[in-house]
Design a protein around this ligand. Structure first.
Ligand SMILES: [Zn+2]
Length: 410
């Protein structure tokens, strides 16, 4: 198995002028789920450190962990399970219909197409093609979405242009920050993109990460933490141009960025306004404030948990998104504190331990929920929605919201 790679030059601009801005310790791969009752044995963990490039302003991890470790074939994630993501993809489809004059014979390629969640919105109006390495791509094929079950790289790009035509739309949502060999990916995208086409990326946005102490979105799958400032540099390097940016609500604050070959579309005001706003945050004063907030949020959460345990009350977790593993491991939560984590029936994660711990992920039932006085909400960015759902299910206890600043909600 190939080993992991230390980042010594910036992943976008190749500068060596990189400084550390956050270190969360050593974390396990957040999607490595070990079955309950497996005897603990030697497990790998990797440094979770953020570096800032003083040249192009990209924030990136200091280590690129081998993708085969991070994305095993049995990768336990289907995007269709998340309502907010489903809505987001439908909105993207509507927006494309509204703003661009593409024809039904035009091709839409989705990189990292997963179970076909995004393309299922497009398949009745366009020709579609998914590219995804996981066996989960077979679900998309069953839904009638042609899918290449492989990683997107130059080889795949060559295969696509041989077999299909160039795409009017290429999308890469929640994968564009994950893929190693960024330059090769960009070359592949350019190869597959029609001269009048649009490349659309969606990524978790660095600014809310910094402003709202969302350190829990730092894990090894996320190699890069984009701002419009750094993406502009990346696209420029590859002869492309950003012409529109918008905020979208996924993952607690993401950006959707539209780019094309130069001078194909009018550059909207949004681009300038994002770039201007980002200047306030992409500096060391703000990074130090962020780092401080991360530590304080950890201490405050421990204080809340400690007070509850002193009163002999019981705590469980709600849902086990990837970010839960970062939070739990960084804060140092173990099963004496949070006894189990509930996931909704059907989740791949049920019956396994949360990575790095012996906290079991169990199926959520009303009866079991009410055994706990407190529920710690890991998808805290949608806690209002979750609280509503859990109350409807009959949960009577209190909620712990771990971020941006830990608090109890009744
Ligand atoms: Zn750079």
């Amino acid at each position: 198995m190939n080993s992991s790679k230390l980042v010594t030059t910036c992943q976008i601009c190749k500068s060596k002028n990189l400084n550390s801005i956050l270190f969360l310790g050593y974390l396990p791969p957040v999607n490595k789920f070990i079955k309950v009752n497996t005897k603990p044995k030697q497990e790998e963990s990797y440094p979770a450190e953020l570096l800032f490039c003083n040249n192009c302003k990209l924030v990136q991890l200091s280590l690129v962990v081998n993708q085969k470790i991070l994305f095993p074939i049995e990768y336990p994630y289907t995007s269709s399970t998340t309502k907010i993501l489903r809505q987001n993809f439908h909105n993207l489809f509507l927006k494309i219909q509204e703003n661009f004059k593409f024809k039904s014979s035009d091709l839409v390629i989705d990189i990292g197409s997963n179970d076909g969640n995004l393309l299922s919105n497009f398949k009745d109006n366009f020709k579609v093609l998914g590219v995804t390495p996981e066996s989960i791509g077979k679900i998309a094929i069953k839904k009638g979405i042609p899918t290449i079950l492989n990683y997107f790289n130059l080889k795949t790009a060559n295969l696509i242009i041989k077999k299909y035509k160039r795409a009017k739309i290429i999308t890469a949502t929640n994968v564009f920050a994950h893929m190693d060999n960024l330059d090769e990916i960009m070359k592949g995208i350019k190869k597959c993109l029609d001269k009048n086409g649009v490349f659309i990326t969606e990524s978790h946005y660095l600014i809310p990460l910094l402003k709202e102490t969302q350190y829990d979105t730092v894990y090894h799958e996320h190699l890069r933490y984009y701002s419009v400032t750094s993406l502009k540099k990346l696209f420029f390097k590859h002869g492309l141009q950003i012409f529109d940016v918008e905020k979208i609500p996924t993952h607690g604050g993401s950006i959707r960025v539209y780019c094309s070959y130069k001078n194909k579309f009018k550059v909207k005001k949004s681009v300038k306004s994002f770039l201007k706003n980002e200047k306030k945050y992409l500096n060391y004063n703000f990074f130090r404030k962020f780092e401080n907030n991360v530590v304080l949020s950890k201490l405050q959460l421990l204080k809340i948990l400690s007070n509850i345990k002193k009163s002999n009350l019981r705590i469980a977790g709600i849902s086990a998104p990837s970010r839960a593993a970062t939070l739990i491991n960084y804060v140092g939560i173990e099963k004496k504190i949070v006894e189990c984590i509930f996931e909704i029936s059907g989740s791949y994660k049920i019956g396994s331990y949360l990575p790095g711990t012996l906290i079991p992920v169990v199926e959520e039932t009303k009866k079991d929920l009410n055994k706990y006085d407190y529920l710690l909400i890991f998808s805290w960015h949608i806690y209002k929605e979750l609280k509503h759902v859990l109350r409807k299910k009959g949960y009577r206890g209190k909620f712990i919201i771990p971020l941006p600043y830990p608090k109890i909600v009744t």
